[in-house]
Design a protein around this ligand. Structure first.
Ligand SMILES: Cc1ncc(C[n+]2csc(CCOP(=O)(O)OP(=O)(O)O)c2C)c(N)n1
Ligand SMILES: [Mg+2]
Length: 579
């Protein structure tokens, strides 16, 4: 704390640092004069270390995706600075991803100056200040943030940073949005003591003891208990708690649309993955007690659900999905708790109640291990090139897996190959797999940069559809990767267009015109996708069309990444449907 007044801009920035924000992913504008001056002055004074490190992002979607990637790895919220209404709009789907992924992040936007005749420092001086004056700027993101607030006076700037981050970090976490006019950012404010010690997130919640007993009793009475999860692994501690409970009970685990490594793929109780399955999943169909632990979409009821007599228990930080207008699973009990704590409580209650029947549990463990083995054998058999050396997605994922080794950090955004990635990557280490958590494609471009900044010693690898690569503003993301020395390997599943919308149309119109004619979602005449990365970020660029050349190309690309240069390898795979 200084004893002299400082600008609200500097106060905001030092409050961020005090709250643990390391990076400010920023896209600047005329609203940020106070912030730009604060950084310049700090450089002059030798106090830059008191402010978050400024990461200049040429696109806001990439900035927020980078902040998300960093926090997905570390759990530490970061900040994003954007320009008034238009910068907020450019955040676009990245706000959706951060919200759906429950990632805490502080978004700070400027507001057009609120005076027009020079009444206050920061008053309007440019034509755009009238054009950017909009009635409800925060309304652009209100549906996705936990807290949206204007900083009305510089005097509350620090308090609102801490309050916003406290709300962002409390379960279920999510993005928060602050906005401040140029006059407020220029205001001089008196010093205040550091508030960070009194602004911890709400303490994690445990289950009421009777609810823990109820869940334990249900599992003890089950012939076929099953856990379904999608994002429990965002807390690695919860993976250990789940593993202990499942081993105790011989309960299988099914991952539904997983955006994290939730349960080790190589564990004999791992019973596979489901994404947009077209039919009934036999594992889910055989369960009599289902514990849903950390999932937004545990199954898609029109095609796939537990048997009607099964008892379902919903355990989550967000058990009734308050941000979704239409959501229901027919659960016997919905319980809100921290997943690691709750799973340990349930395991404790199981043991206290005498534990499961030894012989029955042992028999079930053997039966489930056989199912596990059979699945893996089936998947392994698919890891072959197609006819004439074409590269199938399963072969591609197997080659990547073998090239990168188990310590790599993999980002998946391979869309119609999501299931293939799940099945062939064999992710078995907590924290080794990330997805966007949402559906706004393009996340991996920026997220790879954020993930590498968070884990400089790890090899970061993105598996991404060609459409998703382009959604990620690759020129911006690759420039960022070089500028901030955050190299990664990007492997593009180049099926020459968007397969997913065509497959959706075929699901609804199996005998319609699309089935006969194709969908018109191809990318002909094509583009040099890795070339974009080479031009903008100096990346190593390669395109592979023949299976025989794939392993060596991946090795070369990884060698480049290890030497500090990003690599983008476009791999030609067959289109997933008529297109
Ligand atoms: C920002 C955004 N725009 C549009 C969509 C709709 N959408 C879903 S999948 C998809 C195609 C993705 O293409 P690609 O990454 O090549 O994957 P593929 O379908 O070919 O496997 C599109 C456009 C979306 N999810 N997000
Ligand atoms: Mg594609």
């Amino acid at each position: 704390m200084t004893d002299r007044p400082e600008t609200a801009s500097r106060a905001l920035l030092t409050a961020m640092t005090a709250a643990g924000v390391r990076y400010l992913f920023a896209n600047l504008g005329s609203d940020h004069t106070g912030i730009i001056e604060a950084y310049a002055r700090a450089q002059q004074d030798g106090t830059l270390g008191e402010l978050p490190e400024l990461v200049i992002c040429p696109h806001e979607f990439v900035a927020l995706s980078a902040a998300q990637g960093y926090t997905q790895v570390t759990g530490q919220p970061q900040a994003v600075l954007v320009h008034v209404d238009c910068g907020t709009q450019n955040l676009g789907g990245a706000v959706h991803n951060a919200a759906r992924d429950r990632v805490p992040v502080l978004i700070l936007a400027g507001l057009s100056p609120v005076t027009q005749h020079g009444e206050l420092p920061g008053s309007r001086t440019e034509f755009i200040h009238w054009l950017q004056d909009t009635a409800d700027q925060a309304g652009l993101v209100r549906g996705y943030v936990k807290y949206a607030q204007e900083i009305r006076r510089g005097h509350t700037a620090r308090q609102l940073v801490h309050r916003a981050l406290q709300i962002a970090r409390s379960e279920p976490p999510g993005p928060v949005y602050l906005a401040a006019s140029r006059e407020v950012l220029e205001e001089l404010v008196p010093p205040e003591p550091d508030q960070s010690p009194w602004r911890s997130p709400v303490a994690p919640a445990a289950l009421a003891p009777e609810v823990a007993d109820e869940l334990a009793g249900a599992l003890l009475g089950a012939a076929n208990p099953l856990v379904v999860t999608s994002y429990l692994g965002r807390d690695p501690d919860a993976v250990a708690a789940l593993t202990d409970l499942c081993e105790l009970m011989a309960a299988g685990v099914l991952e539904s649309a997983p955006m994290r490594m939730n349960f080790p793929a190589d564990h004999p109780l791992h019973l596979g993955y489901q994404w947009n399955t077209a039919g009934q999943n036999p594992v889910l169909g055989a369960a009599d007690v289902v514990l849903v632990a950390g999932s937004d979409v545990p199954w898609i009821p029109v095609t796939n659900s537990p048997p009607s007599g099964a008892r379902i228990y919903m355990l989550d930080a967000d058990p009734v999905k308050e941000q979704m207008t239409l959501w229901h699973i027919p659960a016997t009990r919905y319980a809100r708790a921290d997943l690691a704590i709750a799973l340990r409580q349930v395991a404790g209650a199981v043991r206290r109640l005498g534990g499961p029947d030894r012989a029955a549990t042992e028999a079930r463990a053997q039966r489930l291990a056989a199912t596990h083995q059979a699945q893996r054998a089936e998947w392994a058999a698919r890891e072959q090139p197609g006819p004439d050396g074409t590269i199938t997605p399963a072969y591609l994922v197997a080659c990547v897996r073998d090239a990168i080794g188990p310590d790599a950090l993999v980002l998946t955004e391979a869309v119609t190959s999501y299931q293939v990635v799940s099945e062939h990557l064999r992710a078995s280490r907590p924290g080794s797999l990330l997805g966007s958590g949402g559906s706004a494609l393009g996340w991996s471009g920026g997220a790879a940069v954020g993930a590498k900044l968070a884990a400089p010693d790890r090899t970061v690898v993105s598996l991404v559809g060609d459409g998703s690569y382009l959604f990620g503003v690759p020129a911006s993301a690759q420039w960022l990767s070089r500028r901030y020395q955050a190299p990664s390997l990007t492997v593009i599943f180049d099926n020459q267009g968007w397969s997913a919308p065509v497959l959706s149309a075929l699901t609804v119109h199996p005998d319609g015109a699309v089935a006969a004619m194709g969908g018109g979602t191809g990318f002909a005449p094509g583009a040099d996708l890795p070339g974009v990365a080479a031009a903008a970020g100096g990346a190593y660029a390669a395109t592979v069309t023949q299976a025989a050349r794939l392993p060596a190309t991946l090795r070369r690309a990884l060698g480049q990444v290890r030497r500090g240069r990003s690599a983008v390898v476009s791999v030609r795979v067959p289109a997933a449907g008529p297109g």
